[in-house]
Design a protein around this ligand. Structure first.
Ligand code: ADP
Length: 346
């Protein structure tokens, strides 16, 4: 892009801002004091457990739930008093919510027909959108004949039909099985990037968030506990519960954390979180211990090892390695499979 120099028009400049947003149901707070900013073209994932208030936040963005405090500013304008249909946002849900009695093409073209766009333009745009989501030639099919993944692609095409100013995604991949979820997540990321779409996606699935988004806000109990680029949150979760929610298997503190940080070659922190495969058998590794249990998986051996000064940890070893309960082993730490507290100690 050239020639765009001023503030909010600049790609990457701030497009959406939430300032101390509160939402309550009959006086019971569901979203509390949430402040977030989203840049033009950015995909933000709001990640949190069920009931933490993510859908409520999304509904507030869409204008479907009134704020009880704070404000939402979009492209420099306060959204208070702007009804849902005037916001120019699109919503996509977990189950796509396609119209079962309409063909794929008519589903995708629906928002365009609502806006009374000429028939020829609608047909051309529908073809273009079906191509973008990898469903060229599916226009005449009925939604009932599609797989779950294909239905979500149709829902995405429909959501993108009118080039929404903001796309709101509510657990868009959660209803799909694991393999489909992974491939559609990668496609979703590509499609949103290619279209330059700014999006807020809520999900309880950290893999979904990592696969699709640029930035992430972790929400617990109505509040955002951490917000930033995904890699930063991954490497330095705000708190041990955040680390656990991000899929880290165990958190160590005190002396155990010190020993593990030293072994990983990183500075000391208050705590360290390890993925299940963070420690691996390595004859010249810095940590020494004794095997307590061994299980085989198709890819690797999974061990439980009692480490001096640390206690019992999970570790992995290549298949075929002769390791029996009671054997002495040495372990290394893979620094890409661990996280440390945001603030270093000392
Ligand atoms: P999430 O999307 O993270 O699962 P929700 O935003 O759906 O969480 O819900 C947050 C809290 O608000 C929960 O305690 C839920 O029970 C409550 N809640 C959600 N919708 C309503 C509603 N329409 N009326 C009353 N309480 C609600």
């Amino acid at each position: 892009m050239t020639g765009s120099v001023t503030g909010s028009d600049e790609r990457g400049g701030e497009l959406l801002r939430l300032e101390q947003v509160d939402v309550a149901y009959a006086g019971v707070p569901a979203v509390r004091d949430v402040s977030l900013a989203v840049a033009r073209g950015e995909v933000l994932a709001v990640l949190g457990p069920s009931g933490c208030g993510k859908s409520t936040l999304l509904r507030a963005l869409a204008g479907l739930e009134p704020l009880t405090g704070g404000r939402i500013v979009f492209d420099g304008a306060d959204l208070a008093g702007v009804p849902t249909h005037k916001r120019g946002f699109a919503l996509m849900f977990q189950d796509g919510q396609l119209f079962g009695h309409l063909s794929v093409a008519r589903n995708v073209g629906y928002p365009l027909r609502l806006r009374r766009r000429p028939r020829v333009e609608v047909a051309a745009r529908v073809d273009e959108l079906l191509g973008i989501v990898g469903l060229a030639g599916y226009g005449d099919r009925s939604p009932a004949t599609l797989s779950g993944g294909e239905r979500q692609r149709v829902a995405l095409a429909r959501a993108l039909a009118v080039a929404p100013r903001l796309l709101l995604l509510d657990e868009p991949l959660s209803a799909l099985d694991a393999t489909l979820r992974e491939s559609l997540a990668a496609d979703l990321r590509e499609i949103l990037r290619a279209a330059g779409t700014t999006a807020v996606m809520v999900t309880h699935d950290h893999d979904e968030a990592f696969a699709v988004a640029d930035t992430m806000a972790v929400m617990f109990d109505g509040q955002v506990v951490q917000h930033g680029p995904i890699a930063d949150l991954w490497a330095h979760p705000a708190t041990p519960p955040t680390a656990t929610f991000l899929g880290y298997a165990g958190v160590r503190t005190g002396e155990a954390a010190e020993v593990l940080c030293r072994a990983a070659g990183v500075g000391p922190t208050r705590w360290i979180a390890l993925r299940r495969s963070a420690l691996h058998v390595d004859d010249v590794g810095p940590l020494g211990g004794r095997v307590l249990a061994v299980t085989s998986t198709p890819e690797q051996l999974r061990l439980q090892v009692e480490l001096d000064e640390v206690g019992v940890v999970d570790a992995v070893a290549p298949l075929g390695r002769p390791l029996a309960v009671g054997a002495s082993v040495r372990l290394s730490v893979d620094a890409t499979r661990m996280a440390t507290a945001p603030e270093p100690t000392g």
